[in-house]
Design a protein. Structure first.
Length: 215
């Protein structure tokens, strides 16, 4: 991790849903940012299924089905965090993302168990995928992140402390492939610059490629 002049490390809170390929791209960029800026990522769970609950009946059938599948992985992540602490989320997210996005594995129990074991976690945590026992905790984690940016966005949400003590929070950035090295640093610097500007809300252009996982 690079250090700044004071040696202070900035905590960047990152809310993710492991099913989202664009959040996965952003998360891999953040791992690069940790190497080139004085930043340490703290991982948190949000849920596309929770976010889209109010409009589930209005969504295309294929996306509605994806959201039904989305409950399992986020429930497992919350169960892991509740039982073993926040620090397990980073390794578990990486293990899940590699399987979902790079290897194209099904979002089933076998894949969840495999990811848990790679992250050094008990396989029985996969039981949480079919249980609503921790949905209150899941919704609470989701709410903390989404309340920072509003309901009109998705995952990921990133928040860092502002100079005045108030959080600087934003959705995205949506980028592919994940920038590395100095390119990662420049994107971080620029994102913080625009996100910290009072009254700034949006930069956007049409996506013409999908996520490039292996670049």
């Amino acid at each position: 991790m690079a250090e700044n002049a004071t040696g202070d490390v900035v905590r960047a809170d990152f809310w993710f849903d492991p099913l989202c390929p664009w959040a996965w791209m952003t998360s891999r960029w953040m791992l690069e940012v940790e190497k080139v800026r004085p930043v340490r990522v703290s991982w948190h769970v949000m849920s596309l299924a929770v976010l889209n609950e109010p409009k589930l009946d209005e969504l295309p059938p294929e996306y509605a089905e994806l959201l039904r599948e989305a409950w399992g992985p986020v429930r497992v992540c919350i169960a892991a965090e509740q039982a073993h602490g926040n620090e397990v989320l980073g390794p578990l997210y990486t293990a899940l993302g590699e399987r979902f996005h790079h290897r194209g594995l099904e979002k089933n129990r076998a894949t969840l168990v495999e990811a848990l074991e790679e992250a050094g976690l008990p396989a029985e945590l996969a039981d949480a995928a079919e249980s609503d026992a921790l949905d209150t905790e899941l919704r609470a984690s989701h709410k903390v992140g989404i309340d920072l940016v509003g309901q009109d966005v998705g995952t990921p949400v990133i928040s860092v402390p502002g100079a005045d003590g108030e959080p600087i929070a934003f959705f995205g950035p949506v980028v592919t492939p994940a920038p590395k090295g100095e390119a990662a640093a420049r994107l971080w610097d620029g994102t913080l610059l625009v996100a910290s500007t009072p009254g700034f809300y949006e930069i956007k252009r049409t996506r013409d490629v999908g996520p490039q996982f292996d670049v």
